[in-house]
Design a protein around this ligand. Structure first.
Ligand code: KIV
Length: 295
């Protein structure tokens, strides 16, 4: 029975992973996280057992061809997050709040975050920025919208930071990051992303708070790790950052497959007999693929 495989959470129509369970992992094990931008990648990551999927605004660079995440709009995030939510059964789906969707005022931030939950089916939102975001984080969590903080290298501030640079390299900057982490925890964030800092600082920030710290380029001392799926799968066209370990070379595999198909068409090898319908038989439907959503 489905409920037996999936556990008691499904009896109540709830997911396996929620913010309480994620928070509870602090000090009890490592939290693997990954980005997903569409139905298929979400379903595959969910089946692989990731507790947290991030519908990241990195989709601006990885799949939409922008030079940064700045052009990504709320409408784009709503569209992609909804696809991720449809593909996810067990994982917590976190939607990135894109540039300008939360910076203008707390009221706008609440409305836009609420849309990501209400219209797109996200379970939580991610917001870039440190202690100065405390008021917003507190307002969101008090209104029932869980928040994943994001400190260190915050890509939406790339123009202010002067590029994608390692953060927290001076004593003052490192202390500020620890203070930021504590402030976001106090404001109610259920976990933090810490991006691109030296490993010692990753460890110090992790030790400074009681909520999980998920590192990306922040060394092995964090409570969890997150990577952009396209980077770890070798599907990004730009060379990935130093902190990425490639687990596959999918871009190469796609190039080979597309080249083989193209050559088959040019040489008249495709379609072959196996890809043709027989005359005079009732073969219905034309595709025997189940619609993935109807499973
Ligand atoms: O947008 C994103 O994918 C992110 C992760 C890299 C943390 O913010």
């Amino acid at each position: 029975m489905l409920a037996v495989r999936l556990g008691i959470w499904y009896i109540w129509g709830m997911k396996l992973w929620n913010v309480d369970r994620i928070r509870g992992l602090k000090g009890c094990g490592r939290l693997p996280c990954v980005t997903a931008y569409d139905f298929v990648s979400a379903r595959l990551a969910d089946e692989a057992g990731f507790p947290l999927l991030l519908a990241g605004d990195s989709l601006g660079t990885t799949v939409l061809g922008y030079a940064s995440t700045i052009p990504v709009t709320l409408d784009v995030m709503l569209h992609h997050t909804a696809a991720v939510a449809r593909g996810t059964r067990d994982a917590l789906v976190v939607a990135d709040m894109p540039f300008l969707s939360y910076q203008v005022s707390v009221a706008e931030g609440i409305r836009n975050a609420g849309r990501l939950l209400q219209e797109a089916g996200a379970d939580a939102v991610k917001i870039e920025g440190g202690a100065f975001r405390s008021e917003l984080v507190s307002a969101l969590t008090l209104n029932g919208i869980p928040v994943l903080g994001h400190i260190g290298l915050t890509p939406q501030s790339v123009n202010q930071l002067g590029g994608y640079k390692v953060q927290g390299r001076t004593q003052a900057a490192a202390e500020q990051l620890v203070a930021d982490a504590r402030a976001l925890e106090a404001a109610g964030a259920f976990a933090l992303v810490l991006e691109c800092v030296p490993p010692d600082l990753g460890e110090a920030v992790t030790a400074a708070v009681q909520i999980p710290v998920v590192g990306i380029g922040a060394g092995p001392g964090c409570d969890g790790q997150i990577l952009v799926a396209h980077d770890l799968l070798g599907l990004s066209l730009a060379p990935p950052p130093k902190f990425v370990k490639p687990y596959a070379a999918l871009a190469d595999a796609v190039r080979v497959a597309l080249g083989a198909y193209k050559m088959d068409v040019e040489a008249g090898r495709f379609p072959g007999p196996d890809q043709c319908y027989a005359q005079g038989t009732a073969e219905h439907p034309i595709s025997n693929r189940e619609h993935p959503i109807s499973k």
